[in-house]
Ligand binder design. Structure first.
Ligand SMILES: Cc1cc2nc3c(=O)[nH]c(=O)nc-3n(C[C@H](O)[C@H](O)[C@H](O)COP(=O)(O)OP(=O)(O)OC[C@H]3O[C@@H](n4cnc5c(N)ncnc54)[C@H](O)[C@@H]3O)c2cc1C
Length: 742
């Protein structure tokens, strides 16, 4: 055969590496690897040469793997307990960890997996299997923005039309299944999870929840089967968080029985609108409803922000409709599978029927009617219907955290660096610092798992009952959990990347894409800082209502019993108790969390009252803003802990309950330790107790380390979700070396 030029050779090697990389990606998805692209050899046919080369290559690879495996078998890990080295559950600590002896707990794998398994695992497995069977629908590590958008739309339509998964139906009939679908597709590609959310939660949700029967009948089918891809156009260039400041107008024209949608200035251009740049055919546009000639002296009246269905592209040709201008928001830091665009309307006319009129309507003669008396009440009711997006984000964020923690923990168990003199190297998870980074995070992931499941149950209950107390509870809880969990996950992904060293930086190992795609979870569906203020505001409202003799909604109930005792001076005797039994008592832990919240609430009430006299309501709020945010986080942490304790107590298997109790204790004590300054300042915790809490956090982290592998396995994430070669449950290095071409 003629020899190749170096350019050809380089191209060939590149192509071979690319082929291998994609072959490994396919293999990760249980597909057989492709053949290498280079061909050499004597008189054989090309096909025969390829087959022979491939089998030789496969044989060598298989031999290498057998060699590696046999090495593992011949050199058992120095951390295996000599007495029970066959039992994977008994991994003893390295000498560096302080020699406290082996972990006290073993994990009943099957029971733990069963307890952690969501109620809707079956539909999630259908989704995973569908994507495993369709490698061409899997998102590659490298992909351009344009290709990613096309692929993301193909993934969504294939899921709905080929796999027969109909998220929209569940969103209406059984939200808990809908959220399970969102979590699973987010595991395939976070962009896909968001694209699905835009179509069904935002566009579809606005039509179903803000519209009435006529809208449901007209749009349900098209939204469900994606014949009507749509957008949710709320944010404007000048206004994001402050939705009441929106400037787009919808003016009623009684002559033609139409609304005229207009962008009055560039600040009112709709911005960041998902599905707008490429795929959307409709948009739910949030605009101020203007009724001409109905005010004093024949002036117009502004009825506040309402939602309208506005067609933006032709149903047949997909051309942008006249007087609608659409531009692409361009390449983003992450989520590039979603096409975000900007929209300007120049007196676009839509029929009166396109007003989503559940909370306010305009009759043929231009009369406005609503069951709600004020603009503020209507606005609150409108936004209140959109909390489903927040619930989905909180839940999906836990899904991202699980992936990230799983990769970091598995790799940390595998990776060995340094060790005692003349002894084998130790696993990096045996370093106390690595345990400190990852074990409280692992415990928090479990805590958030139970808390967000509770949120989903409450949300489903709210959708069924429309009970006012539950509505109030879900609003505050979804805002708080969304803000708290997404901020925690965003920070944790960076910690996970760092804890995997240089290999954490390889794109194939996922932390980059997880971090970039997830980062915006902190901002959209309500900026986290703004959401936490809503939680604090709600808490203050409940506090005031308590003093007026009113009732408290479910989540705040603890304040009812405890406010008086929590605002008294702490008990100087219990402040010194430092025994392990006491520190691990859920009553002590909950009491500590609630004490902190109650103190923060009471002192905030006093401060706000004081500052309002001189600064007015807005100024006083701003003066106390950091206090407000701390209060909201403290309350959310209390709810998370309460739900975790409940999950431990409800666990039917004793051994699994003990494992969860260990995690719950670590979650609680780590949080107390993080805020130890506050507890010390008010003498809730004496110095000796603070020291004991710190020591116990380290010890519990060490114990969790002993079962960390089993704990991440129990998340039940399949390979198609993990994908990172360093995060595979076995042979991580082999998949990694193979990926780069060895
Ligand atoms: C990728 C992406 C997709 C999106 N998709 C959509 C979509 O489909 N439809 C849609 O309508 N919108 C969408 N958005 C917009 C998104 O909802 C807004 O970005 C979000 O609501 C925040 O608004 P903002 O960007 O104007 O931030 P701002 O409100 O300007 O906030 C900027 C900063 O100011 C702080 N701040 C603001 N107000 C306060 C306050 N009262 N107290 C203290 N601090 C404050 C915030 O904490 C934040 O740090 C999307 C955005 C992105 C980036």
């Amino acid at each position: 055969m003629p020899s190749k030029s170096s350019h050809e050779h380089h191209a060939c090697v590149q192509s071979r590496n690319t082929t291998r990389q994609s072959s490994i990606q396919h293999r990760l998805a249980n597909k057989s690897p492709c053949l290498p692209a280079r061909m050499e050899g004597g008189g054989m046919t090309k096909e025969a040469q390829m087959t022979s080369l491939a089998s030789e290559h496969d044989t060598q690879r298989a031999l290498r793997r057998i060699q590696k495996l046999s090495l593992h078998l011949l050199q058992p890990s120095p951390f295996l307990d000599p007495e029970s080295s066959g039992d994977k559950n008994w991994i003893v600590p390295s000498p560096c960890t302080g020699g406290r002896g082996r972990p006290l707990l073993s994990v009943s794998r099957a029971e733990l997996v069963e307890y952690m398994k969501g109620r809707h695992r079956e539909i999630q497995e259908r989704i995973f299997n569908f994507f495993v069977s369709r490698p061409e629908l899997q998102t590659p590590v490298e992909i351009s923005t344009a290709d990613h958008r096309v692929l993301c739309m193909r993934q969504l339509t294939a899921l709905v039309r080929e796999a027969g998964i109909r998220p929209f139906r569940y969103a209406i009939e059984d939200p808990s299944v809908y959220f399970a679908i969102v979590e699973a597709v987010g595991g395939i590609d976070i962009s896909l999870g968001i694209k699905l959310g835009v179509q069904y939660s935002l566009w579809g949700g606005s039509v179903m929840n803000l519209g009435t029967k006529k809208h449901k009948e007209k749009y349900f089918k098209g939204i469900d089967n994606i014949d009507y891809p749509g957008c949710f156009a709320m944010t404007e260039l000048h206004h994001g968080s402050n939705v009441q400041g929106l400037q787009t107008t919808a003016t009623f024209d009684p002559l033609t029985d139409e609304f005229v949608i207009n962008t009055p200035n560039d600040g009112a251009i709709k911005w960041w609108i998902g599905n707008a740049a490429v795929h959307g055919k409709f948009a739910t546009v949030f605009a101020r409803l203007i009724l001409p000639f109905q005010g004093k002296g024949g002036k117009s009246i502004d009825m506040g922000v309402h939602a309208f269905i506005v067609p933006i592209r032709d149903m047949e040709t997909h051309d942008t409709l006249p007087m609608v201008e659409i531009h692409d928001c361009g390449h983003k830091v992450g989520l590039n599978g979603v096409d975000n665009g900007a929209l300007r309307f120049q007196s676009v006319r839509i029929p009166r029927d396109n007003l989503l009129n559940r909370f306010g309507d305009v009759s043929r003669d231009g009369t406005y009617t609503s069951s709600l008396p004020t603009i503020n009440k209507r606005f609150a009711a409108t936004l209140g219907e959109l909390v489903g997006g927040r619930v989905g984000l909180a839940y999906s964020s836990v899904g991202v955290l699980k992936v990230s923690v799983t990769i970091a923990v598995r790799y940390s168990l595998l990776r060995q660096q340094f060790g005692p003199p003349k002894q084998p190297e130790i696993s990096i998870l045996d370093y106390q610092s690595q345990q400190h980074k990852l074990m409280p995070m692992l415990a928090s992931t479990y805590a958030f798992h139970f808390a967000t499941l509770y949120l989903i149950d409450k949300y489903s209950e709210m959708k069924k009952s429309h009970d006012e107390d539950i509505v109030g509870d879900v609003h505050a809880l979804s805002a708080g959990l969304k803000a708290y969990v997404t901020s925690y996950t965003a920070k944790s992904i960076s910690v996970c990347r760092e804890s995997c060293g240089g290999h954490g930086y390889a794109a194939v190992n996922r932390f980059g894409v997880l971090r970039n795609d997830h980062d915006i979870f902190q901002t959209f569906e309500g900026d986290n800082t703004v959401l936490l203020q809503q939680v604090a505001g709600d808490l203050l409202k409940q506090y005031k209502s308590k003093f007026r003799g009113g009732t408290l909604t479910v989540t705040w109930n603890y304040l009812r019993e405890s406010m008086a005792s929590y605002t008294a001076q702490p008990n100087p005797v219990t402040a010194r108790w430092q025994g392990e039994e006491h520190l691990r008592d859920p009553n002590f832990q909950l009491d500590a969390f609630r004490y902190r919240t109650s103190r923060l609430l009471q002192s905030l009430g006093l401060r706000l009252r004081k500052h309002t006299k001189t600064l007015g309501g807005f100024g006083a709020w701003n003066r106390c803003l950091n206090h407000l945010l701390t209060l909201a986080e403290s309350h959310i942490e209390s709810v998370i802990l309460a739900k975790f304790i409940e999950a431990v107590q409800k666990c039917p298997d004793k051994n699994t309950g003990n494992v969860l109790k260990l995690l719950c204790d670590l979650y609680a004590l780590d949080r107390i330790w993080n805020d130890i300054g506050t507890y010390r300042n008010v003498d809730y915790v004496a110095p000796n107790k603070a020291k004991a809490i710190h020591k116990l956090v380290d010890y519990l982290s060490f114990q969790v380390r002993g079962i960390a592998g089993e704990l991440v396995d129990a998340f039940g994430l399949p390979e198609i979700v993990i994908r990172a070669p360093i995060g595979m449950s076995s042979e991580a290095y082999s998949q990694y070396t193979e990926y780069v071409g060895f």
